[in-house]
Write a protein that binds this ligand. Structure first.
Ligand code: SF4
Length: 749
């Protein structure tokens, strides 16, 4: 048979590169960059130098991939499985779920999802149709925290960080004059943005300011690096706002005409002098002033934050302060500044979720929503009400159940019984905080179903494990979500089902079949395949999915960017019609409408006694290539390149502790200890260590006590999930502030 070339989208990381996949008789032959993808030259290193992509064959044909539905044979965690058919798996799961729903109500089922390695709307559609509000997701600490405050304050989220670029004019000269980056290392996490920054640096004319406790590659590239004490971003930003107001560097005309809440803001920041902020943040006062002056005068500028900011106890205040700073100098929705894209012209993923069908009664049962209101139904309802009036459609903002509270509900039956969980291509036992508690919760369930590519540590606790089609085996459509001006698509390059070899199902197929078995109407699952669903989503463009892939080469650029939309529309899509520096939506939810700095709970200043036992500040979760979160540890070529987990520690601290570069060390905190290899690094404060996240060891036995090495180096053994320590508005848990001690392992590994 002749070779076949398919245009696909890679989902091994969030860069989502466009690729040409060559196959023959359904077998993968090679993968190349798609030179017709207009995004092809926007990435560094280019796709062809990517370290993950060459491992695609190892991934697809890996002997350890889950190929058929598996049913637990022994006790939970014994790693004993029976292969069953899809119809049997679906019938049994539907029957058991039906019993639980009958006994405890639909809210007794929760679902967990992770970073978008598959398409996320089908599981949310299923849950909404079932009547369960209990969707928990890593989005609560990644991605979602950025959108809700912006949507509340501006009326629509800002352009997503994955699509942010330094803008240049037709003459190649910089339009963007300043870039402020907080808690993010694009060299590891956002490769297109990284390329844009490198080019900016070469070209000149744009100032780069980086706020990060570590000297990352991005910090090295910056004109100004503010080495911040972990957890104190809000104090720094409030102080920058103080300088901008005190020195009258703000755009008075924009603020007077288009902003709401300037006077209370002025009052709030008056105490955050650079001198005071310097004590809190460890950033010298003069550097804070310099950063504020550069950002306010080199306009237009962009500001972007990463998970370093989203993982803070004080995350929402920091993000709100970042938006306020941008608004004061009129950097929002201007050419070369922070963009607002507005609704996507196709049917959005949010619409596909059918959240509107979840009744008010069921919404009100969402676990954690009475306390953490911004990223759950109460916040979404207030934001959507404004969206509908102003834009005529709803933006991407989340309605999530609170993960740590949900784990407690599973264990205690309070506020009600949660007895079943479906995990969709995520790995809560590796990526949730405080995994000892997560372990107990998952193990206690009446029904735990995991749909994944691999037998992960989480899957080892399941009753059923179901095989998932990877990106090469399924079509893809990413509709922009109103956060980018592009819609991108890719076709399935390889067969997901090969009789006798494997039966990988898309999530759409699984949730449709389960939904129908649970009595959900075919009216809500009208499409037999994912491609047919994409036809529906693309119908407003007058294209089918196939036509989209041929006529548009799989990339559709939404109408040219428009700027300063408030001037044409008579205001912003907020309750006051103004850009709200002081948020009336936050106020209505019962929160402080302005940002405020609060000292983290586990920190030398707030917990001096604890600090005697655990003297080091632990930050976790900085991105590192070649891995993508907890993925790819079982891929030989990737693992060979990066075999062990690493903890960065300052050489002076290491010297005091008798630790040498490469030594295995224990990192111990209040909740337990794990080991990683020491990496001596002088780009971190001596009082701070940074431990990698996402580590498990697929080569270890799957059964207990090993659970594929989940307890060995997984830093989420140490992280805090106490709801009292989560962000008061969003519920996000603190991954960047904990106390620990580090000491050399005496054992040999
Ligand atoms: S893994 Fe590589 S090819 Fe795939 S999306 Fe990421 S950068 Fe692109």
């Amino acid at each position: 048979m002749a070779e076949q070339v398919t245009r696909s989208i890679c989902r091994f990381c969030n860069s989502r590169c466009g690729l040409l996949v060559t196959s023959e008789d359904g077998q993968l032959v090679r993968i190349e960059e798609d030179r017709k993808d207009p995004r092809v030259d926007m990435i560094f290193p280019p796709t062809k130098a990517c370290v993950r992509l060459p491992a695609a064959k190892e991934y697809v044909y890996h002997p350890e991939r889950v190929r058929f539905p598996l049913k637990r044979k022994g006790e939970k965690g014994e790693n004993k499985w029976e292969t069953i058919s899809w119809p049997q798996a679906l019938d049994e799961i539907a029957a058991k779920l039906g019993e639980l729903v009958h006994k405890y109500g639909p809210e007794s089922l929760a679902a967990t999802g992770g970073t978008g390695r598959t398409i996320l709307w089908p599981y949310k559609r299923f849950m909404n149709l079932l009547g369960s509000p209990n969707i928990v997701a890593q989005a609560m600490i990644c991605f979602a925290p950025a959108h809700a405050p912006a949507a509340a304050m501006i009326g629509w989220p800002l352009r997503h960080r994955g699509h942010v670029r330094v803008q240049t004019g037709a003459d190649g000269r910089p339009v963007t004059k300043c870039v402020l980056i907080l808690g993010m290392d694009p060299s590891q996490a956002r490769l297109r943005f990284w390329k844009s920054l490198r080019e900016t640096k070469k070209r000149g004319g744009t100032k780069i300011i980086v706020v990060d406790p570590r000297r990352t590659q991005t910090a090295e590239l910056a004109d100004l690096w503010l080495q911040i004490r972990p957890g104190t971003d809000t104090a720094l930003l409030l102080s920058m706002i103080n300088v901008v107001i005190q020195e009258a560097l703000y755009d008075a005309e924009f603020v007077n005409n288009w902003c709401y809440g300037f006077d209370p803001l002025k009052e709030r920041v008056k105490d955050y002098t650079p001198e005071k902020a310097a004590e809190i943040t460890w950033v010298p006062a003069e550097k804070i002033r310099e950063a504020a002056r550069i950002y306010a005068t080199e306009r237009p500028g962009i500001s972007v934050h990463g998970m370093g900011t989203e993982h803070l106890e004080n995350s929402q205040d920091a993000i709100q302060a970042r938006i306020i700073l941008a608004a004061l100098v009129n950097n929002i929705d201007v050419y070369g500044g922070d963009g607002i894209c507005g609704p996507s012209p196709c049917i959005s993923e949010v619409e596909m979720e059918l959240g509107r069908l979840l009744s008010p009664e069921q919404r009100s049962k969402q676990i954690g929503a009475d306390r953490f209101k911004l990223l759950s139904w109460p916040g979404r309802e207030l934001i959507w009400e404004q969206n509908r009036k102003y834009w005529g459609s709803e933006c991407l903002t989340y309605a999530l159940s609170h993960g740590p509270s949900l784990m407690r509900a599973i264990l205690t039956g309070q506020p009600y019984s949660v007895r079943a969980v479906i995990t969709q291509n995520s790995n809560p036992l590796v990526t949730f905080p405080n995994i000892k508690l997560v372990y107990k919760a998952l193990k206690s369930l009446d029904l735990y179903v995991v749909k994944d590519f691999w037998l992960t540590p989480s899957a080892q606790l399941a009753d059923y494990v179901l095989p998932t089609a990877c990106w090469l085996e399924r079509p893809e459509l990413i509709g922009g979500q109103g956060l980018d001006n592009r819609i991108i698509g890719g076709e399935a390059a390889l067969p997901a089902k090969v009789p006798g070899l494997h039966e990988h199902w898309t999530d759409y197929e699984f949730f449709r079949e389960l939904g129908l078995r649970m009595g959900q109407s075919e009216e809500y699952w009208p499409w037999q395949t994912l491609e047919e669903a994409f036809d529906y989503q693309l119908a407003p463009l007058g294209l089918t999915f196939k036509q989209f892939m041929v006529q548009e080469n799989g990339v559709h650029t939404i109408a040219k960017d428009e700027y300063e939309k408030h001037t044409k529309r008579g205001g912003f899509g907020t309750p006051t019609g103004k850009l709200e520096l002081s948020s009336t939506i936050l106020e209505k939810l019962g929160y402080d409408p302005l940002p405020r700095y609060v000292e983290p709970h586990e920190d030398p200043l707030s917990s001096p006694d604890l600090c005697k036992e655990y003297p080091l500040m632990l930050i976790t979760g900085g991105r590192f290539i070649p891995y993508f979160h907890s993925e790819h540890r079982q891929i030989p070529s990737i693992r060979k390149r990066y075999p062990d987990p690493k903890v960065q520690i300052h050489p002076d601290t290491a010297n005091e502790l008798g630790i040498q570069d490469g030594d295995w060390v224990w990192i111990e905190g209040l909740r337990g200890r794990v080991r990683q290899r020491a990496e001596l690094f002088d780009g971190i404060y001596p009082q701070v260590v940074h431990a990698q996240h996402g580590w498990w060891f697929p080569e270890r036995p799957g059964e207990e006590p090993w659970l594929a090495g989940v307890w060995e180096s997984n830093i989420d053994v140490l992280t805090d999930d106490d709801p009292d320590h989560c962000n008061t508005r969003s519920g996000g848990w603190p991954l960047k502030t904990a106390l620990c001690k580090v000491y050399k392992c005496k054992e040999v590994f």
